[in-house]
Design a protein around this ligand. Structure first.
Ligand SMILES: Cc1ncc(COP(=O)(O)O)c(C=O)c1O
Length: 408
């Protein structure tokens, strides 16, 4: 058992902290040792491309005619007047959050599998036919279950319902009411739990096991989610090049990724290390009350939760309110994570306000974490870097939810 009293005091006292990962390894060696690689990401990219005509057909208002699900790379200046780049997944088409990259993707994987098995789809077909009545009738006989703090459930729900699949989303007590209502409006079943995210995921897993026509999307250990997220690196690379940015180990990218269970930031980090190697630093950002990934990396113990070190996992960053990191993701990307930074709720809310007032970005608190982390890193870990803040959700926040956040 790891001696918990050797953990940084700031971690146990819920104080903001920059933690350098002593387990970081050179990217090439860590990628080889992970047993995974580019081929899985390229398969995900190819699948996204196959589905592009369907996405354009199903979501004509939010998805461009080319059917791509991507967000812009925005430019800002940081508080020292230096360039700061923003990968704006808070404005991602369809769901306005990063979880679409995994959640929508895994629904598409399942739909493809069902349609191929039923003989409704063949190699080379235009996947837009999956919006036709026969496919809809097939999908209506199946359902998808997922546990979520909100955004994964919505991403899965919106895609699954558009195809005609049934959806049951198990939500933790952190999940915001408006996120539940939005799901119900799609025709999803929402099961509310008084417990935390880990309990909601377990409940969804149990229910799915009892139903032969149910498919469980496992936020804690799905590799399909992981490689769906990883494909994001392939979207970022040409945007950086177009902005004239060429990261090198001497002047690396430093990418700040808000982290809950670890799937989304871990997947993106994996993709980035595949493309940029040691010319990218991947920094996860967690709330001070929920630093589950830091805890996992520091101790190597998959079973530990933030409760075990006296933290309460209560945070305004609902998407990041996760007590225990994904063992699967930590096992793959642990040696690829350069550092973890923890941030306070007050700083997240201040940044939500600032980004709205100064840049017109509508962010949820989780999505503002990268900006706060960059401020802390600028003081404690300066360097010749190209900083990229990944904004992971928020454009879908209705006024009645967003405006009160500005007053907090
Ligand atoms: C807005 C937002 N950002 C970041 C994350 C973190 O993703 P993960 O839980 O896969 O680490 C989430 C998760 O739901 C989220 O909703």
């Amino acid at each position: 058992m790891f001696p918990l009293d050797t953990l940084p005091a700031a971690l146990r006292q819920a104080q903001p902290l920059l933690w350098h990962n002593p387990g970081l390894r050179p990217a090439a060696a860590a990628l080889t040792a992970s047993g995974h690689g580019r081929a899985e990401i390229e398969a995900a990219i190819a699948r996204w491309q196959r589905f592009a005509p369907l996405l354009a057909r199903l979501f004509p208002d939010s998805v461009a005619a080319d059917g791509r699900i991507d967000s812009p790379l925005l430019s800002q200046s940081d508080e020292h007047g230096k360039p700061l780049w923003v990968k704006a997944d808070h404005a991602l088409p369809i769901t306005a959050c990063i979880k679409a990259r995994g959640g929508v993707y895994e629904v598409l994987c399942h739909a493809e599998e069902l349609a191929l098995a039923a003989g409704l789809l063949h190699a080379g077909d235009n996947y837009a036919l999956l919006a036709d009545a026969p496919a809809h009738a097939l999908f209506a006989q199946h359902r998808i279950l997922v546990g979520s703090t909100g955004n994964l459930g919505y991403s899965v729900g919106v895609m699954a319902r558009a195809l005609g699949l049934g959806v049951e989303v198990h939500m933790s007590h952190d999940a915001k009411e408006w996120k539940k209502q939005r799901l119900r409006a799609l025709g999803a079943t929402v099961v509310e739990h008084a417990g935390d995210y880990a309990l909601a995921v377990a409940a969804a897993r149990n229910n799915a096991a009892a139903d032969a026509r149910a498919y469980f999307i496992d936020d804690e250990s799905s590799l399909l989610l992981f490689f769906g997220y990883a494909a994001a690196a392939w979207d970022l690379a040409p945007q950086l090049a177009a902005a004239g940015l060429r990261p090198t180990p001497e002047q690396p990218l430093r990418v700040y990724l808000p982290c809950g269970v670890g799937g989304a930031p871990g997947g993106v980090a994996f993709g980035l290390k595949c493309l940029f190697g040691d010319a990218v630093q991947c920094v996860l950002v967690e709330p001070v009350a929920s630093p589950c990934f830091l805890l996992r990396l520091a101790t190597g113990d998959d079973a530990l939760s933030v409760y075990d070190i006296g933290l309460d996992n209560r945070t305004v960053a609902d998407g990041l309110a996760v007590p225990r990191a994904s063992a699967t993701v930590a096992g793959i990307v642990g040696p690829l994570i350069d550092a973890v930074i923890t941030v306070s709720d007050a700083s997240l809310l201040a940044e939500v306000r600032q980004q709205w007032q100064q840049h017109g970005l509508r962010l949820e608190p989780s999505a503002a974490a990268g900006f706060v982390a960059h401020q802390l890193a600028s003081e404690q870990w300066p360097g010749d870097i190209i900083p990229v803040v990944w904004t992971t959700g928020g454009n879908g926040l209705p006024d009645e939810v967003f405006l009160p956040l500005l007053a907090e």
